[in-house]
Design a protein around this ligand. Structure first.
Ligand code: GLU
Length: 340
């Protein structure tokens, strides 16, 4: 049976390149009826960040990636790792233990990444190690450790790395280094997952395509039902029409604010506001109201300002649709622009 593993270090929210590995492992397991182990690679105590592991679990759940086993912490298997190291070699005088040029145990007796990963891949029956090509040099080392323990190494598959749009290492300055960055930027999880699925298992390094991600974001929002969209943003269902033109969840939230938290603005367009009041009272829908206002050369900007306190935002007809008749009339009254 196929058994794969995803082994992030608990350093905080997943880097998008690591998330690519998580998606690739999940897909490989699914395509082969196999299982995925989540392994926390916490062998380097100095790099572990408090809350780093829970941030990763949250990221994986957000992306909709489930794991079949784990989270298995490497730090909890130190006894086994040390035992394996002693099967392979003898400690140096300083207490460290080496295999060829590779350190397996540090002087303080703690197992290194190379040792812990090889032993865990062996003990958990991992059949395929799927990870980024930055780990290609580790293949020989880890396969060597497993052979020295008298076993056959798994198959190693190294995929290309995800780089920034400019071809340099993906970092925060590209606007999207970690899943937390993307979430904060308002990308829905479905869009990020779809983007990573599209990339698949790239043979060579790929450049992040933010334009593609934005397009997928628009598609993912369009696919959400009204109920889902309202729940996702945490606003009442009535606000949904105003959020429909938004391209990401941050913009959706901002548009919702136009409806839910109007700011006060001085409006000086008495004729338009009077006409608007009549149209609202006549019970026309948003689109018809905007059409009528245009027909008389009304000041649409003034209407938006009166209703939301902003001079730009979602389509005006959608703003009108998102407000009740009473609320529309209240806001028109409150803007202080009238001929009588
Ligand atoms: N913690 C390593 C990483 O996140 C895992 C390496 C491996 O998969 O063996 O890159």
């Amino acid at each position: 049976m196929v058994r794969v593993r995803f082994a992030p270090s608990p350093t905080g929210s997943l880097h998008l390149g690591n998330a690519l590995g998580a998606v690739a492992n999940r897909r490989y397991a699914d395509e082969h009826g196999g299982s995925l182990q989540l392994r926390i690679d916490d062998t380097d105590a100095a790099r572990n960040v408090p809350g780093g592991e829970s941030a990763i679990l949250e990221d994986l759940r957000w992306l909709g990636i489930v794991w079949d086993e784990g989270p298995q912490r490497q730090s909890e298997r130190q006894v086994r790792h040390r035992e394996a190291a002693h099967l392979i070699g003898e400690p140096d005088t300083d207490g460290s233990l080496r295999f060829g040029h590779v350190t397996l145990l540090r002087a303080d007796g703690s197992p290194t990444y190379q040792l812990a990963s090889a032993v865990d891949d062996l003990d958990f029956g991992i059949t395929h190690v799927i990870r980024g090509s930055d780990h290609r040099p580790n293949e020989e080392v880890q396969a060597g450790i497993i052979r020295a323990l008298g076993a056959e190494p798994p198959a190693y598959v190294h995929h290309g790395l995800l780089l920034g749009e400019d071809g340099t290492k993906l970092s925060k300055r590209h606007g999207a280094a970690s899943l937390a960055d993307l979430r904060e930027a308002g990308f829905p999880a479905e869009a990020v997952r779809a983007y990573l699925e599209e990339l698949g298992l790239p043979r060579h390094d790929v450049h992040l395509d933010l334009a593609r991600l934005r397009r997928l974001s628009i598609e993912a929002l369009a696919a959400l039902s009204d109920d889902e969209l309202a729940a996702r943003v945490g606003v009442p269902l009535a606000v949904v029409p105003a959020m429909r033109g938004a391209r990401d969840l941050r913009e959706s939230r901002e548009y919702a604010e136009h409806i839910l938290a109007p700011t006060r603005a001085e409006v000086d367009a008495p004729e338009t506001i009077d006409r608007m009041r009549e149209l609202v009272e006549s019970g026309l829908d948003g689109r018809a109201i905007v059409r009528e206002l245009k027909a008389v050369g009304g000041n649409l900007k003034a209407v938006r300002l009166a209703l939301t306190g902003r001079d730009r935002g979602p389509e005006l007809a959608a703003v009108i649709e998102s407000l009740s008749r009473d609320e529309l009339l209240n806001r028109l009254d409150a803007c202080g622009s009238t001929t009588h």
